[in-house]
Write a protein that binds this ligand. Structure first.
Ligand code: FES
Length: 175
């Protein structure tokens, strides 16, 4: 869980003329996502996932467009998107390496892995390499405590993680 201080009153929203929520996305969400939920608000999480999948992160303009589509307040979208660490509200690198830092992973040596990745990539958690290839994150429990330590790399979970294993992943993604 991430606590984010939101400068809502003074925040300037960068805008572009083309929408992030395209007509095609709206059609898809209307056919595929909305029917699964009793209320439009209920569809917010999968729609945030779909938006992030489409653009790599969820821009403030996209949040407003999602709110308009779902007929909810933009603040509800912002609150949800900033509550869950899996949603990126800032641009991220091509690949996101997210290492679990909760109790089971902590007990099983997550710190050594995190320190190794920090050193190898030259960035701290929530930073992106200058070539835009990797963003490093330290997340709370991924729900795989029995295979700690673990990490999410893009959409794939890596269990029983070791320094050698994360090195192999970074090698593969670096080429
Ligand atoms: S503590 Fe890391 S997956 Fe649960």
């Amino acid at each position: 869980m991430a606590w984010t201080v939101k400068p809502s009153a003074t925040m300037e929203i960068p805008r572009r003329s083309e929408p992030y929520v395209t007509d095609e996305m709206k059609r898809d969400w209307t056919e595929r996502i909305l029917p699964r939920y009793e209320t439009r608000l209920g569809a917010l999480m999968p729609i945030l996932h779909a938006t992030q999948h489409a653009w790599g992160w969820i821009t403030p303009q996209a949040m407003e467009e999602i709110a308009a589509f779902l007929e909810i307040d933009p603040s509800q979208v912002l609150d949800t998107a900033t509550f869950y660490e899996e949603f990126h509200t800032h641009p991220v690198g091509k690949h996101v390496i997210a290492i679990c830092q909760s109790i089971a992973c902590e007990a099983c040596g997550h710190q050594a892995i995190l320190d190794h990745v920090r050193g190898r990539l030259g960035i701290d958690p929530h930073e992106t390499t200058t070539d835009g290839k990797f963003t490093l994150m330290a997340l709370e429990c991924l729900g795989a405590c029995d295979t700690a330590p673990c990490a999410l790399v893009d959409d794939d979970r890596h269990d029983d993680l070791t320094i050698a294993a994360i090195d192999q992943v970074i090698d593969r993604l670096s080429t």
